[in-house]
Design a protein around this ligand. Structure first.
Ligand code: COA
Length: 718
């Protein structure tokens, strides 16, 4: 857990808890025992704390937070080190985060390599620092810097930390050797002078700073508890004497640790890591399969999706051929891409020099033949099966035999596209979310014949272009759109039955969603889903109209048809579910004309409107999508609930402090959800999404928590 040896009269305590040297109880105890040992040894002149492997320490072991408190208490280690007269040096390589930075701040000195990063990221898992961070960091870097680091949880480079006074020296040699040298050079200095505990904080106009920061944080992190408590703790602790401040921090930390928000955020932390452990039902997984090299890529379609995808590639160092059907469309796409790239520069995420270098790796073209040398192609044309099949057939002939062919479809079955080629094993879905350059989610979809190597390659590509990749099986709408279908439909049925778009959006935002459902629809275009549905119906010989109550035997939501027919296509025309001062206007105003349209629609269809409570609306929208999530699990389209939750966190901005819809379902109680789904199924027999999932039924009956449901449970335990 922590190795101990003496070198050149310096005791070395080397944290040894792979993979990231997290501070589990055994590690804390080992540090405590070893500093005491070093202190007692008269031959030891100084102490170096260093990490084994690539990192100093990633902080507390988050997995231990659900259990009780074991091992040495972290701040007791700090108190012991404060009183040591031998210099203790933290020698930091990789990261010193959370408790890792706090241990470094117990030390009298901190040195680091230039690539090292430090930070207090506890806020991301719903906590404040709990090992003295809110007390020592302001003493090291001042009130304002400490507030910034603790509230944002951001990683600070060693160079920036040195400028703030947190790091004493940046070193370039071997970190351990440098640490030993540094400790010896300080052996004669009184440690009490440099001990952070003994420093005071210049609180200056603390009331003003606190008030401004609190207001900013409440607005920026709406709904999140931890950032507010970070401000509270730092400000209060700057005013309290050390011991009292530590007690205050401890109390707030413990309260937050047992809060539902922190539990959900911890779940989300591990869920994000778990989803990279993919496995194909046909064999092959993340461990056994190597990705193919992708040195160059191609994108077909320079529209908003294709252009965004091409930007993701070139800004991640993957040269890209971008093909459009004609020069006019190509130029239009390039113009938009350039403005997006310039925005990246404006936001300080890249220099204009770097942007220009990326731009030079883009090869725009109107010839599909230019795809002949690339390692992977992503097709991003209209959602039209025939068009996509034509393109894949041509690509199959043009591209190298080993080239992967990916389709950015949001709904179409992968096999129906793959069969247009003679390389079905190399065809895979890569569903990006709009705007594709910005949105982090990448839903990768395997077809019946997609090989493990193909999956490994697109999962790895996702990582390279800094997306969060989730692997799912093929079905209509895949996971994201399949689940958002019932969610949207229930919302709109509720409007027909008596609610309003503004009421629903308000409730969703109060729940924590970043935007309301109808604000989002206005942004993406009210006509988008309408056109897809209308086209699909037409192929079946059905003409959808505002009077169509049933389609495919199911209750049809035709209110959208009426809106589109009135020219309310969304924000792009200044009116949709709301009205806007202009297509670029930021404020969505409630429009009495929409209320009239809804009422007229209901009169025409004989729908009796009623006083529908918002509780019912939320229940119907959320439980309908959760029921669909369980169907996805029972069909094996996802392997674990975490995959669904991550899709909702990143694809639909589900509030992270609610974990995701499947985690939320577990908190509500599967029995309750099942009973309500059955109730709505009885009440609305013509909405197929209310047919209860058999997995939900089994879990509700058996009481087995969703967290324990997995590969094994699916077959045998149920
Ligand atoms: N406690 C427990 N496990 C941790 C951990 C921690 N503090 N930090 C990382 N891990 C685990 C991860 O779950 C992962 O486990 P897995 O391989 O079984 O999935 C493994 O360590 C590697 O982490 P990962 O995030 O995949 O590696 P990375 O190199 O991309 O990032 C860090 C490394 C340290 C930057 C990142 O893990 C991190 O930010 N950790 C959390 C730090 C934190 O919040 N500390 C404060 C805790 S209160």
């Amino acid at each position: 857990m922590a190795d101990y040896f003496v070198q050149n009269s310096v005791a070395v305590i080397q944290l040894n808890n792979p993979p990231v040297n997290s501070l589990g109880s055994k590690v804390r105890t080992a540090i405590y025992e070893n500093v005491q040992k070093a202190n007692r040894d008269p031959a030891v002149k100084g102490v170096v704390l260093v990490g084994k492997g690539r990192n100093f320490c990633a902080g507390a072991d988050i997995k231990e937070f659900d259990g009780g408190n074991k091992g040495a208490w972290i701040t007791d280690i700090g108190t012991y080190m404060d009183n040591m007269r031998k210099p203790v040096v933290a020698a930091i390589e990789g990261v010193a985060l959370g408790g890792g930075l706090e241990v470094a701040m117990f030390c009298h000195y901190r040195i680091a390599t230039s690539s090292a990063r430090v930070g207090q990221p506890e806020v991301a898992i719903g906590l404040i620092p709990g090992g003295g961070g809110t007390v020592r960091l302001p003493r090291a870097v001042g009130l304002k810097n400490a507030l910034d680091i603790i509230v944002t949880g951001r990683h600070v480079s060693a160079g920036a930390a040195a400028k703030m006074g947190l790091i004493n020296k940046i070193v370039s040699g071997n970190i351990l050797e440098e640490g030993i040298k540094f400790a010896l050079s300080k052996a004669h200095i009184d440690t009490s002078i440099v001990c952070l505990r003994n420093r005071s904080v210049d609180i200056g106009n603390i009331d003003q700073i606190a008030e401004a920061e609190m207001a900013r944080v409440k607005n920026k992190y709406r709904g999140f508890m931890a950032p507010v408590f970070c401000v509270k703790a730092v400000v209060e602790n700057c005013r309290l004497p050390y011991e009292k401040a530590i007690d205050n921090e401890n109390k707030i930390f413990m309260d937050l640790r047992s809060s539902n928000q922190s539990k959900a955020l911890r779940y989300a932390f591990f869920a994000e890591r778990q989803i990279s452990r993919w496995e194909l039902p046909s064999g092959g997984n993340y461990k056994t399969t190597k990705p193919m090299p992708v040195r160059t890529a191609g994108v077909i379609g320079a529209g908003t999706m294709g252009g965004g995808i091409a930007l993701c590639l070139i800004t991640s160092g993957i040269p890209c051929v971008l093909v459009e059907q004609n020069k006019e469309f190509l130029d239009k796409g390039l113009e938009l891409m350039k403005s997006q790239l310039m925005m990246t520069v404006k936001l300080g995420k890249m220099t204009s020099d770097q942007a220009m270098k990326c731009w030079d790796t883009l090869k725009p073209s109107v010839l599909l033949e230019d795809m002949k040398t690339v390692d992977l192609v992503i097709e991003a044309v209209f959602e039209d099966l025939k068009l996509k099949r034509d393109i894949f057939e041509k690509l199959d002939k043009i591209c190298k035999p080993e080239t992967l062919l990916c389709t950015n479809t949001s709904t179409l079955d992968i096999d129906s596209i793959a069969t247009a080629t003679k390389r079905q094993d190399k065809v895979v879905g890569t569903h990006f979310f709009a705007p594709s350059y910005i949105m982090k989610l990448l839903e990768n979809i395997y077809g019946t014949h997609t090989s493990a190597e193909t999956v490994a390659t697109v999962m790895n590509l996702g990582k390279r272009i800094k997306k969060v990749s989730v692997l799912v099986g093929s079905c209509t709408g895949f996971v994201a759109n399949r689940m958002s279908g019932p969610y949207s439909q229930e919302g709109t049925f509720c409007i027909e039955e008596g609610s309003t778009p503004a009421e629903i959006d308000r409730a969703l935002k109060d729940f924590g969603m970043a935007m309301g459902k109808y604000e989002v629809q206005d942004l993406s275009g009210v006509d988008v889903g309408y056109r897809i549905r209308r086209e699909a119906a037409r192929k079946e010989g059905v003409e959808l109209t505002p009077e169509t109550r049933f389609f495919r035997g199911e209750r049809n939501c035709s209110l959208v048809e009426r809106l589109v027919e009135k020219g309310r296509l969304g924000k792009k025309v200044g009116k949709g579910w709301y009205k806007y001062d202009s297509p670029s206007g930021k404020v969505a105003h409630v429009d009495p004309e929409v209320t009239e349209i809804i009422e007229e629609h209901c009169r025409a269809l004989g729908i009796q409107r009623r006083n529908i409570g918002i509780k019912e609306v939320m229940e119907r929208m959320q439980f309908a999508l959760i029921n669909e999530g369980f169907k996805i699990l029972e069909e094996g389209k996802c392997r674990m609930a975490e995959e669904i939750d991550v899709i909702w966190l990143y694809g639909f901005a589900w509030p992270r402090y609610m974990g995701g819809p499947m985690y939320f379902a577990s908190q509500v109680g599967l029995k309750k959800i099942y009973e309500r789904v059955c109730y709505y199924h009885k009440k609305y027999p013509y909405s197929y999404h209310w047919v209860p999932s058999s997995l939900l039924a089994k879990l509700s009956e058996s009481g087995l928590p969703l967290s324990q449901w997995g590969e094994a449970a699916r077959g045998s335990k149920l």
